[in-house]
Design a protein around this ligand. Structure first.
Ligand SMILES: *[C@@H]1O[C@H](CO)[C@@H](O)[C@H](O)[C@H]1NC(C)=O
Length: 149
C-alpha cells in the first residue's frame, strides 16, 4: 500500500466516512466520450477487493462527445484473457444517474450497483465496463482490476 493511499484510508476510517476510492483504470476505446474518474465504493485497496455477497457502487465521471437519446451498459469480466458477460441489475445508463438525452460537451456521473454473487470464484480478474450510445459507440470503455474475496 502506498503511503498516500494509506493516509487517505486511515483518515476515512478515523472519521467514519464512506470512502469511495478513485480506481486506476485503463481506457479501452472511449470513442464518443472521455472518462475523468472512476470510483468504487467501498474500495479500500488497489485492486479493489470485492466481497462475495456484497454490493458495490461503481461511479464513472465522463464527458460526452455526442448527442444520444440512450445509454446502455455492457459489462464483461475478463478471466485469463477471455471476456465473459457479467450481467448487472440495471443496464440502462439513463436510469443510473444520467439524465437523458445526453448532450455533446456535457459531463455526466454514471453510478450503478455491482452485486458480487456468493457463487463467484475467489479470483483476480479485470472488469471491462462499456456504456454505449445510440450508435453502439462507447461513451466510455474502461478496464480495472478487481480481486474477488
Ligand atoms: C459520483 O461521483 C461524483 C463525483 O465525485 C459525485 O458528485 C456523485 O455524488 C457520485 N455519485 C454517487 C451515486 O456516488
Amino acid at each position: 500500500m502506498d503511503a498516500r493511499f494509506g493516509f487517505i484510508l486511515g483518515l476515512c476510517l478515523m472519521m467514519g466516512l464512506t470512502c469511495a476510492t478513485s480506481v486506476k483504470f485503463v481506457d479501452c476505446g472511449s470513442s464518443s466520450g472521455k472518462v475523468a474518474m472512476v470510483d468504487i465504493n467501498p474500495c479500500t485497496a488497489q485492486p479493489c477487493q470485492l466481497h462475495r455477497g456484497d454490493s458495490y457502487t461503481v461511479n464513472v465521471t465522463f464527458n460526452s462527445d455526442v448527442e444520444s437519446q440512450t445509454s446502455t451498459a455492457v459489462v464483461h469480466g475478463i478471466i485469463a484473457g477471455v471476456p465473459i458477460p457479467f450481467p448487472i441489475p440495471e443496464p440502462d445508463g439513463c436510469k443510473s444517474g444520467i439524465q437523458c438525452p445526453i448532450h455533446k460537451g456535457q459531463a455526466y456521473n454514471y453510478a450503478t450497483q455491482l452485486p458480487v454473487k456468493s457463487e463467484y470464484p475467489p479470483i483476480k480478474l479485470v472488469v471491462e465496463w462499456e456504456l454505449k450510445d445510440d450508435n453502439k459507440n462507447d461513451l466510455f470503455c474502461i478496464r480495472f482490476p478487481v480481486q474477488i474475496v
